[in-house]
Design a protein around this ligand. Structure first.
Ligand SMILES: Cc1ncc(COP(=O)(O)O)c(C=O)c1O
Length: 397
C-alpha cells in the first residue's frame, strides 16, 4: 500500500461520463473452473497460432536486431499488406491511407477525439458492445439509438432519421455484431455509405469480426461503397490472430492523416515496432489463410453444437440469432425471464453468460443474453444449456 495522506483530487470532465464496463466485472465471476462460461468474447486458446507467431518473432529478432526493439515509424511492409488486403475487399486505398492502431478500441477512441465534443450527438445501435458506448456516451455525447434487425442488421430508415438531426458521429458493426451475432446485408452497407455522404456524418465501421466467417460469402465492407470520404473503417488483428497483439488498422483519407497522427501521438506515440514486424512476417509467410480456415472450422463446429443444445433445451421457449461467423449468438427468452436477476442463480448452478441488459443503451433487453461459442469444446454445450434451463425453469413458473 502507498503511504499517503488523504488527498482531495479534482477530476477532469472526461471522467464524468465514463462507466466501468459491467461485462468485465461479470467475467470476474467465471474463475471457478467448474463454471461453464458462455460469457467470453475471445478466440479459443487452442486456436491461437502460437508456433507460427513464435517462428515469426524469432525471425524478426534475428533478422532486424535492435531495429525491432526501437521506436519506429509505422512498419511499411505491414501497411502495404493491409492496403492490398483491403483492396481485395473492394476498398480503394493506398498504403499511405493505412493508419496502424493498437486495435479497434484504440481506433474508436482516436475517432471519437477527432469528431466528438462533450454535448455533441452520436448515433449507435440500441444494443451494442460496451466499448462503443464508452467512446460516445462516455465522451459526454448525447446518444441517439437505432434498432437492429436480427437478420439484416441496423435499421437504415432509423439511421437516416438520426442523420437528419445532424449528429457528429455514428458507429456500426458490419459483421457478426457484438452482441447480436448478425451481419449487415449488402444493400444496407451500400445505403449506410450513401447516407453518411448525403448527410455529411462521419460513420465509423467497427470491424473486428469479418475474417471470422465460417459460412456464406464475405461481404464488402461499408467502406467499399464510400464515395464521400465519410466512412471510417477500423480493422483489428485481435480476433483474427490474437487479442494480446493489440494491433489494428484504420483507413484514413489523405487530408486527415496529419490530424489523426497528432491525436494518436498525444495518446501513446506509436504501435509496437516488434509486434508490427512479427505480424507482417506472419502475413507475408502466408500463414493467415490456413490459420483462419482452422479457427473458423472449429468455431463452426462449436456454434453448431451450441445451436443444437439451444434447440434441445430451450427450443420451445426461446429464439436466437443464427450466426455465419464471429463469436456470439443472441438468445431471447420469454418476457418474464430477467437474465440480469437470474445471473447469480446461473453462477450458483455453474454456468455464466452476459445478460442482454449489459449491452442495452436505453435499458431493455432484460430477457436476452449473449452466448459465446468459440471458447468451449463442442461437447460442453449440452451440459451448459441444460444447466441454464434448470435456472430458467424457476422463472417460468
Ligand atoms: C465490436 C467490437 N469493437 C471493438 C472491440 C475491441 O477490439 P480490439 O481488441 O481490436 O481493441 C471489440 C472487442 O470485443 C468488439 O467486439
Amino acid at each position: 500500500m502507498l503511504a499517503t495522506s488523504p488527498a482531495s483530487y479534482s477530476f477532469s470532465s472526461a471522467t464524468q461520463h465514463l462507466k466501468r464496463s459491467v461485462m468485465r466485472d461479470l467475467l470476474k465471476h467465471a474463475v471457478d473452473p467448474n463454471i461453464i462460461s458462455l460469457a467470453g468474447g475471445l478466440p479459443a486458446n487452442e486456436a491461437l497460432p502460437l508456433t507460427q507467431l513464435q517462428a515469426c518473432l524469432d525471425e524478426v529478432l534475428h533478422r532486424d536486431g535492435a531495429k525491432a526493439l526501437q521506436y519506429g515509424p509505422p512498419y511499411a511492409p505491414l501497411k502495404a499488406w493491409l492496403a492490398d488486403y483491403m483492396r481485395g475487399r473492394g476498398v480503394q486505398c493506398d498504403a499511405e491511407n493505412i493508419f496502424i492502431t493498437n486495435g479497434n478500441q484504440h481506433g474508436l477512441q482516436i475517432l471519437s477525439r477527432l469528431f466528438v465534443n462533450e454535448g455533441d450527438t452520436a448515433v449507435i445501435e440500441e444494443a451494442v458492445f460496451t466499448g462503443v458506448q464508452q467512446i460516445t456516451a462516455g465522451a459526454g455525447a448525447h446518444i441517439l439509438t437505432i434498432p437492429t434487425d436480427t437478420s439484416t442488421g441496423a435499421d437504415m430508415d432509423a439511421l437516416e432519421a438520426a442523420f437528419a438531426q445532424h449528429p457528429q458521429m455514428a458507429v456500426l458493426i458490419p459483421d457478426f455484431h457484438n452482441p447480436l451475432g448478425v451481419s449487415l446485408s449488402a444493400e444496407k452497407r451500400q445505403r449506410a455509405a450513401e447516407l453518411a455522404g448525403k448527410y455529411g456524418v462521419p460513420l465509423v465501421e467497427d470491424d473486428p469480426y469479418s475474417a471470422l466467417r465460417f459460412s456464406g460469402a464475405m461481404l464488402p465492407p461499408i467502406k467499399a461503397y464510400d464515395t464521400s470520404g465519410f466512412v471510417f473503417y477500423l480493422g483489428s488483428f485481435s480476433k483474427m490472430l490474437a487479442p494480446a497483439l493489440r494491433l489494428g488498422w484504420m483507413i484514413v483519407p489523405d487530408e486527415l492523416l496529419a490530424k489523426i497522427t497528432v491525436i494518436r501521438e498525444s495518446l501513446d506515440l506509436e504501435s509496437s515496432t516488434l509486434t508490427q514486424r512479427t505480424v507482417a512476417e506472419f502475413l507475408q509467410r502466408g500463414y493467415l489463410v490456413p490459420h483462419l480456415d482452422q479457427m473458423n472450422r472449429l468455431n463452426q463446429e462449436r456454434c453448431a453444437a451450441l445451436l443444437a443444445a439451444l434447440d434441445t433445451h430451450l427450443g420451445d421457449i426461446a429464439s436466437w440469432t443464427l450466426p455465419d461467423g464471429g463469436l456470439f449468438t443472441w438468445v431471447t427468452l420469454p418476457e418474464n425471464v430477467n437474465t440480469w436477476d437470474m445471473l447469480p442463480e446461473a453462477i450458483a448452478n455453474k454456468v455464466v453468460y452476459i445478460p442482454g441488459a449489459a449491452f442495452a443503451v436505453n435499458g431493455g433487453a432484460t430477457n436476452a443474453m449473449r452466448l459465446n461459442f468459440s471458447a468451449l469444446p463442442a461437447e460442453k454445450f449440452d451440459e451448459a444449456i441444460s444447466r441454464l434451463k434448470q435456472v430458467i425453469n424457476n422463472y417460468l413458473k
